[in-house]
Design a protein around this ligand. Sequence first.
Ligand SMILES: [Zn+2]
Length: 326
Amino acid sequence: MRGITQSMNKYCLRVVMGVCLTIHVGGCSQPNSQNPTSADEKPRVVATSTIIADLTEKIGRDEIQLTSILKPGADPHVYEPVPADSRSLEKAKLILYNGYNLEPGLIKLMNSTAQGRKIAVGEAAKPLQIEKKKGQTVPDPHVWGDVKNAIVMTKVIRDALIELSPEDKQVFTQQAQQLIQELQQLDSWITKQIATIPPDKRKLVTTHDAFQYYGRAYGIPIAGTLIGISTEEQPSAQTVRKLVDEVKKIGIPAIFAETTINSGLIKTVAAEARVKLPSRQLYSDSIGSTGSEGDSYVKMMSANTRTIVEALGGKYRPLRDFQIKK
Ligand SMILES: [Zn+2]
């Protein structure tokens, strides 16, 4: 109980800090005509995860110099920074990172080298607490799985960019508003797609535990995962066997591999449980590479939803059709 209370207190502190930050940012957005922006003088912004980089790019567009440290398909949990990352972090005026320990290597480097303002964008979302060994709980970092959290993150990024470059307030506000509208459509579209899956098949088994927020937001509970919320751990033979038994017991037709993780073991689970492993892998902790069907946050969430709905026997209708009809 004491552990839970302490972690709740920590969480409350984070919320209070997040609220203060938003108020502060809002209160500082005065135009600054003394600082005209030439191409070289655009403020340098670093985003750690590809998801945060994509949201930031859509709000900041041409008014910022954005560097995304993680590249599409890279696993943030185990990423080991390279010297170029230190240089990017040192030069940045603003660093937008996920937090809740999604990217431990980069958070450590950032805290030792970066002078710019640092904002844990993902920590603006209310965390789910995941139980670790010995009764300890930790916040689940995969907050973007619920699109409503991505809307919260978009607002945090917008406010941070406005404080960084107040003369661009109008353009940041407009671009953020457009993105928020798109995210609202995405959110209700996912709900409708998942609801087409027969209720007894509406259960998700994935490689690592990255879909708790998605499952709760869209009514598809997580029935099992091969590994926990961090990909550092290796599943034991016993864990694999238990998951095979669980998949057989719940009677779902498919389980899922992920783009950022080697699919060897989840293939074994699928083969032993005699269920399908769709060739379309889920985008869990990163957007896809440019030109892939998941090369933005909206597209990755849409592609994941299609993969899940089709594999579990639902009726998928493209997001584009939904947006036109609305
Ligand atoms: Zn993860």
